[in-house]
Design a protein around this ligand. Structure first.
Ligand SMILES: C[S@@+](CC[C@H](N)C(=O)[O-])C[C@H]1O[C@@H](n2cnc3c(N)ncnc32)[C@H](O)[C@@H]1O
Length: 530
């Protein structure tokens, strides 16, 4: 079954029950690049509502701390079975970089890559997506983990985007380092559309190039259309005796080279979900199509908003008669997990019954443990239980007092969007917090409010909430409590317990549409040269 893990990938990868040896066919990883940037998520709402929430999705900063020191200790420990060459490399990096953020990043990547190598099948492949900030170091790390001979390609993903002028050339590419676990692995050839120049040659019916034949570079004729070539010979425009060899490609498609021209997801792209660093679906389709087959298991241990998962699901739907590929995604922030769930629901009609979610609290004691471990992740998870988003940094200062999240719903005959504000508490609770939420509802002109608490609510709190009155929805012709109190225990027992009119979903990911035939051909067809 497909699986979504919430938490640090290292912990899950080290668990051999979750990840036995040699169980994965393809790994794509797109870790934060050590760019010392913070990535904010900008939630896009259903049409017609403002996008107000901007919150930190993840920090791309790695520091030399206890956990990096522990990871280095682990690499040096013989129990890790790290190859001797890798240990020597890490010592060299330590001497060169000192205990810097870059060294911390490389050490953290190395322990994860050792586990990823362990879980990869002998026939498996790994693609590490990075940028030039660290790609030169990461390639050495991969040489150390896999062995130099198992390097296959440095793929350049080239895109165009607007960037401000600077002291250097504009940066318009990322790097994908491609390694296989053993030497005999083959990729499935993928094809790209001909360029305009190539199309003109196809139209003419032939092309020429020079190739080494018998130790010398000699002219070769490439025939696309025999009738046009015959006509050109007849009219004297082409002299076949000038060519050392004549070849006839059966297909006019071009084998994909190691430079991939794929558009960046721009701010207006319909694919865009608002998650920072979201990668284009086309990029992931190409990786998966070239290095996996029907029935393969594909892992993305830094899965963000789930582009890899989307690509696997899309391919399965494109080829319904083939054994389905399986996916496994891991992410450390619940924002990503929540967004993936919404993506799978809106694009493919999948609910959490169709895949397994591991790492989310399912009992009250696990919810307490999450609150203790990371208050923000607890808050994101609790908001996700009622489909609400984090309130985040508001444009006007001081606006977020008494509010942790919000959800929209449709109001009145005109079906305008109204807000339901949400407050989440993991500590002691009292009725003054209900008054705070009421105050925030008045201030923000919100029609409804929901108070979520880990601790049981007192009767004073329930009386205070009931005094807020009733909201009547004309659309549903139903009454709703204007301010609801929900305990985590109630939500875990009955996920449907909260009551709110419809209209609060995330901006929908575009519904899946089968890949056009022409595109399928690009991926499937074998070119033969005679
Ligand atoms: C560059 S983004 C991946 C974007 C993704 N390829 C997509 O298309 O949406 C990196 C992701 O790694 C996650 N992450 C960072 N450290 C992690 C860790 N130790 N374990 C699991 N996920 C982690 C971040 O939360 C972030 O979502």
């Amino acid at each position: 079954m497909n699986k979504l893990y919430f938490g640090d990938n290292l912990g899950f990868l080290r668990n051999r029950e979750y990840f036995p040896n040699e169980s994965i066919d393809l790994i794509y990883l797109d870790p934060p690049f050590n760019s010392a940037k913070d990535y904010n998520i900008l939630f896009k709402e259903s049409e017609g509502t403002p996008s107000t929430a901007q919150i930190l999705a993840f920090e791309d900063t790695w520091n030399w701390d206890e956990s990096s020191a522990l990871a280095l200790y682990h690499i040096n420990d013989s129990a890790s079975k790290a190859p001797e060459r890798l240990v020597r490399l890490m010592n060299t990096f330590e001497a060169f970089l000192g205990h810097s953020a870059m060294f911390a990043y490389l050490v953290q990547m190395t322990v994860r890559l050792l586990e990823l190598h362990r879980v990869l099948k002998p026939t498996g492949s790994l693609f590490l997506h990075c940028d030039p900030t660290a790609s030169h170091f990461l390639k050495l790390v991969l040489d150390g983990v896999f062995g130099v001979k198992l390097f296959r390609n440095e793929i350049v993903w080239h895109y165009r985007r607007w960037t401000a002028s600077s002291k250097r050339f504009q940066r318009m590419h990322d790097i994908l380092l491609f390694y296989t676990k053993n030497d005999s692995n083959q990729i499935n050839q993928t094809y790209i559309l001909p360029t305009e120049g190539q199309l003109r040659k196809h139209e003419r019916g032939w092309d020429r190039n020079t190739v080494p034949i018998g130790g010398m570079r000699r002219p070769q004729l490439i025939v696309y259309d025999q009738a046009k070539v015959d006509e050109a010979v007849r009219t004297g425009r082409l002299n076949l005796s000038e060519y050392a060899r004549i070849v006839k490609p059966k297909s006019t498609l071009t084998t994909a080279p190691d430079v991939w021209e794929i558009d960046f997801i721009n701010s207006q792209a319909i694919e865009r979900l608002g998650y920072p660093t979201q990668k284009p679906l086309e990029l992931l389709l190409r990786v998966i199509q070239s290095a996996s087959k029907p029935g393969s298991v594909i892992l993305d241990p830094f899965c963000g908003c789930g582009t890899t998962i989307d690509a696997v699901e899309s391919l399965n739907r494109d080829c319904p008669d083939d054994p389905a590929r399986q996916w496994i995604g891991i992410d450390i922030t619940h924002l990503a997990i929540d967004l993936i769930k919404s993506r799978l629901a809106t694009r493919f009609g999948l609910s959490s019954r169709d895949y397994e979610v591991i790492g989310e609290p399912t009992t009250l004691s696990e919810a307490y443990a999450l609150a203790l471990e990371n208050r923000y992740q607890f808050q994101y998870w609790a908001l996700g239980l009622i489909g609400a988003r984090p309130w985040g940094e508001q444009k006007k200062k001081g606006k977020d007092r008494g509010v942790d999240g919000w959800r929209t719903f449709l109001h009145g005959k005109a079906r305008v969007y109204k807000s339901c504000l949400v407050q989440v508490k993991s500590g002691k609770v009292n009725s003054s917090q209900i008054r705070d939420l009421k105050g925030a509802m008045e201030r923000e002109k919100a029609e409804m409010g929901i108070f979520i608490t880990l601790e049981p609510a007192t009767s004073e709190m329930r009386i205070e909430a009931a005094a807020t009155g009733i909201y009547h929805s004309e659309i549903m012709n139903r009454d709703y409590p204007r301010l609801q109190i929900l305990t985590i225990e109630e939500l875990l027992q009955n996920p449907e317990i909260f009551r709110i009119p419809p209209g609060g979903e995330y901006r929908a990911a575009p519904k899946f549409a089968p890949t056009p035939k022409a595109q399928e051909n690009l991926l499937d067809r074998e070119p033969d040269y005679t």
